[in-house]
Design a protein around this ligand. Structure first.
Ligand code: SF4
Ligand code: SF4
Length: 340
């Protein structure tokens, strides 16, 4: 069975320093007819779980109605949230929680100072209020922690706090490289990424508590994430099927077939078939590239390979004096990888 990730909105009630600016500075909610189209057909294609993302998904103007529709249609569901709106939204969704998989809250620091320095004043306290409701009502939740140059010294403490608060686990995500991440001094260097990954591996070995790593770290796998394994489908707030939720612009540049992936204009089956063809084509390209060139750089940074393939990395030329630029240049990895 597979998971559908639906970006309900690109609006947000926060303005985090590590957010992809272009993704979350928006004003748009996904349209209800698109949601109905997805709910009506996705089950026929083995999708049994729907996870809402954003922006902040609970801000969608019809969030409780959408949860109700998904529930009544028999799907399990979950959502990713910064937790700031949970006290308001909980009374409206509490009737549907027996089909809730989990709520994934964002936790980026172990103190108000470190969390709030990325997410804004008072956000740590508000998050703890949301968690106290979950604990009192036995609502399952987990944490997602985005690692930046400002919080990598807190990895062990973050895992400890997550366990102490009663979360079902913690997943450490890598900050995608963007101009905003570079400008704010938050981007990890390639060396930091490897050190961090070793640290998390050691933590996983020494804990029975579930500790995970998001995609983007070193991997020997050619298709390291659920999206490339075609077990997860992302739909953006504009109603487009996309490669994944990690890329700026969600990898739609990589799939190249905009109107045929747009659920505002085509039926779910047609868009899904186009998506399957486009992802298969990207998988073949990646396989041929590796067969011809051997692995190396891109197995260390699989998300960067996707970004590079979709021509989303040339902005890095503006950062010519950084570790990153030198690393990418040494590995001859600016520009779009080809098969030859
Ligand atoms: S909560 Fe998420 S979507 Fe909102 S600004 Fe922060 S990182 Fe971006
Ligand atoms: S950017 Fe590529 S490797 Fe990273 S999560 Fe998305 S599809 Fe997977």
């Amino acid at each position: 069975m597979a998971t559908l990730l639906i970006e309900l909105t690109n609006r947000c009630n926060l303005n985090c320093r590590h957010c992809f600016d272009q993704r979350h500075g928006g004003h748009d909610d996904i349209r209800l007819p698109v949601i109905e189209k997805i709910i009506g057909r996705a089950g026929e294609h083995d999708f049994d779980t729907i996870v809402f993302t954003g922006g902040e998904p609970t801000l969608h103007r019809q969030f409780p109605q959408i949860v109700r529709r998904v529930y009544e249609a028999g799907y399990r569901f979950g959502f990713v949230s910064n937790g700031q709106n949970f006290q308001k939204i909980y009374p409206q969704i509490k009737f549907f929680l027996d089909r809730l998989e989990t709520i994934t809250f964002s936790l980026d620091g172990v103190t108000p100072e470190s969390h709030d320095s990325l997410r804004g004043d008072g956000t740590f306290t508000n998050l703890l209020k949301a968690i106290s409701i979950c604990v009192a009502k036995e609502i399952p939740f987990t944490f997602n922690s985005v690692l930046t140059a400002h919080n990598i010294h807190e990895i062990e403490l973050l895992a400890g706090l997550a366990q102490q608060l009663g979360s079902g686990g913690v997943r450490f995500g890598q900050l995608m490289l963007t101009p905003a991440a570079m400008d704010h001094g938050l981007a990890l260097t390639p060396d930091m990424i490897n050190t961090v990954a070793d640290k998390i591996e050691k933590l996983k070995e020494s804990h029975t508590y579930p500790i995970g790593m998001g995609p983007g770290f070193y991997t020997a796998l050619l298709f390291p994430c659920a999206s490339l394994q075609m077990a997860e489908l992302t739909i953006t707030h504009s109603g487009h099927l996309a490669l994944c939720c990690h890329l700026p612009d969600h990898g739609s540049a990589l799939l190249h077939q905009d109107s045929q992936l747009d659920l505002n204009h085509v039926e779910f089956e047609e868009a899904f078939a186009t998506w399957q063809g486009a992802v298969q084509s990207y998988r073949s390209t990646k396989k041929i590239y590796f067969n011809n060139r051997g692995k190396g750089f891109a197995e260390h940074l699989p998300c960067w390979f996707c970004q590079s393939y979709s021509n989303q990395v040339n902005w890095l030329k503006a950062y010519a004096n950084t570790h990153w630029f030198r690393f990418i240049e040494e590995n001859n990895f600016l520009g779009r990888p080809s098969n030859d």
